[in-house]
Design a binder for this molecule. Sequence first.
Ligand code: ADP
Length: 430
Amino acid sequence: MSRGLWAEALLILALILLGMALGAWLGNLWIGLSVGLALVVLRLFWVVMRLALWLEHPRSPIAGRYAAGWLGHLGQRLRRAHLAQRRRDRRWLRLIREYRRAADALPDAVVALDQHHRILGFNPAARQLLGLRQRDLGLPVEHLLRQPDFIGFLRAADWARDVDVPSDYVAGQVLSVHMVPYVQGRLLLIARDVTRLQRLQAMRQDFVANVSHELRTPLTVLSGYIETLLDGDEDEVEALPQDLVRILNHMHLQSDRMRRIVEDLLLLSRLETTSPNEEQIELVHVPMLLNAIAEYAEHLSGEGAHHIVREITPELRMRGVTRELDSLFSNLVFNAVKYTQSGGTVTIRWFKDARGLVFEVQDTGIGIAPQHIPRLTERFYRVDVGRSRTMGGTGLGLAIVKHVMLRHHGRLVIESVLGQGSVFRCVFPS
Ligand code: ADP
């Protein structure tokens, strides 16, 4: 205990003794004791008053003779705690300011929203990109960003994906909007200007589409001539030098491959740049499509080389674009045949369950190592380029599958074990 506290304790003891002495002098110990205790209470009251005054003005020193006493001791402790708290507060304030400055310096618009999507705050970029003003604080964000795609995105509340929306504020600008949940249902809306990126993407798509389109006619002419030469009279073909026949056969194979790449590129660019129009969407008789594909797969596989098993629910149809679904199913079934050794099994399934409408192709083929699976739907991504070419692959099949799935609001799941086989599953909303 400090000296101050000892002194205070001695003072209290002295007051009690004084009271008792007074009691002895008066001949009534109780009266004396009561007076002594009353003095102690008064002293304590006075100390508390001083302390309360000091706490109201903590900057004022506890001056005079009390500085060394009990009050001084308690005061100093409180003062130290108070100063430490102030240091902590200052540190927090500095940190908050730094975060604020960092958020202000971001080129992306950042808007904090509460659980009802009302605006709590935003950074300067949000003024420029979204046109937000101070008076918008507290308003629901959908009152200010009214694009139907954005409203749909908010309602779906699937924050794993982002959405590209044309800006309401700057004409011709495209924003990519992303939501990040933080505390207690609050969200950070992050909007980025992707106009340039989209323009570049559009340029790339146009370029690929134009080149493919321009190549289509000369290629058709070339393969036509080669086919004419090879399909001529048997005597005429036999009359040609053997080397020339070999070269022509090779040219035929390669021009055919180029034609298929061009066709796939044109299909891909159509899938990427247009959205399916209502007239193309119909109730597709999927079992009919799948049976035709299975028959073609048997033909492709040659004399009973693969077991093609059909587990197709009859009469189960779905809404979609027939040509696109045909392309999707064929790509997956033909891949299963291409990448399964002779004698293997390819199972084609079409059914409905709790997940929705499910199309599944399972094979007992070469399988795919896990590191390749996330990249398979990229254009020209092939696990084994040589093998894909020998099998007549273009490297675009799964990219087409991905786009058709997107256009049909479906989900593609790939499961595979190297050396054992793969399952390609397409789940469509029912
Ligand atoms: P490709 O024309 O080369 O078959 P795809 O886009 O259809 O191109 O497929 C991309 C790659 O995915 C293929 O090159 C192959 O390596 C792999 N792949 C696709 N389907 C299967 C499958 N059923 N089994 C094993 N590998 C597959």
